[in-house]
Design a binder for this molecule. Structure first.
Ligand SMILES: Nc1ncnc2c1ncn2[C@@H]1O[C@H](COP(=O)(O)OP(=O)(O)OP(=O)(O)O)[C@@H](O)[C@H]1O
Ligand SMILES: O=C(O)c1ccc[n+]([C@@H]2O[C@H](COP(=O)([O-])O)[C@@H](O)[C@H]2O)c1
Length: 210
């Protein structure tokens, strides 16, 4: 007969084994100013084709490139991301960069995520407009050792880079946050370009009107 102590020990070991199951985790980092259907489609296509367990949508605090101005608060961007992804159980909001504050270098973030879950495989998703700049990213040589980069093509950008990237085929989606902001400023429709929750949030908070 198995004594209670032994049974508990076996169960605990089993529990620990399942709780540290290695996951394949995609990360879509961005400014999400605002999040749009392009973000959702690329995350879903990559998750499907690379068989990912989850995708973390991770709004940055201050983007590393100096030319990106952020007029709206990180809280608004995070709330809009939450509204975009709430009905997809594979998508999660990752707040590490906003909580850490300052310039959001991916290397610092990956160290933090790896500390939390060293067992996982991480796949950082980037659009074709970003791939050419990868060699210039902060501590890229070390970063490459702890994350795999996944590239998706983007309308209007030709890829000329021999940087090691896993390419995933996605339908070309000619939508950007810049386009959405411009449409709002010009009082044009953004219906179907963002989720209904994001459209409502933008209206309620009167974002991007100037
Ligand atoms: N339509 C799209 N097709 C492919 N990749 C995209 C698309 N939209 C965004 N991405 C990628 O998603 C990531 C996060 O994008 P980000 O939040 O900066 O949106 P954006 O539309 O590029 O914003 P902005 O127009 O303000 O520069 C980046 O790697 C970007 O290249
Ligand atoms: O770490 C870097 O040097 C670095 C340089 C450029 C971009 N990134 C990350 O790439 C992601 C997409 O950037 P962006 O500006 O297109 O939203 C976002 O998570 C940024 O923090 C990171």
């Amino acid at each position: 007969m198995v004594n209670v102590f032994e049974r508990t020990k076996t169960q605990t070991v089993k529990l620990l084994a399942t709780s540290i199951k290695k996951k394949r985790v995609g990360i879509l980092g961005g400014t999400f100013n605002p999040p749009h259907l392009g973000h959702l489609i690329i995350a879903d296509q990559v998750a499907d084709q690379l068989d990912l367990d989850e995708v973390l949508f991770m709004p940055d605090a201050t983007p590393p490139h100096v030319d990106k101005k952020l007029a709206i608060d990180a809280k608004d961007r995070a709330k809009m991301v939450a509204a975009s992804i709430h009905n997809n159980p594979r998508f999660h909001l990752e707040l590490s960069e906003i909580m850490r504050g300052g310039v959001s270098y991916t290397y610092d973030t990956m160290l933090e995520l790896r500390r939390r879950h060293p067992e996982n495989d991480y796949f950082f998703i980037i659009g074709g407009d970003m791939v050419a700049y990868l060699p210039k990213w902060h501590r890229i040589a070390e970063l490459q050792k702890i994350v795999k980069f996944v590239g998706v093509r983007r309308e209007g950008y030709e890829i000329k880079s021999d940087f090691p990237v896993i390419w995933v085929d996605v339908p070309l989606i000619d939508v950007s946050s810049t386009l959405i902001r411009k449409k709002i400023r010009n009082h044009h429709s953004i219906h179907y370009l963002v989720t209904p929750g994001v459209e409502q949030y933008i209206k309620e908070h009167q974002l991007y009107l100037d």
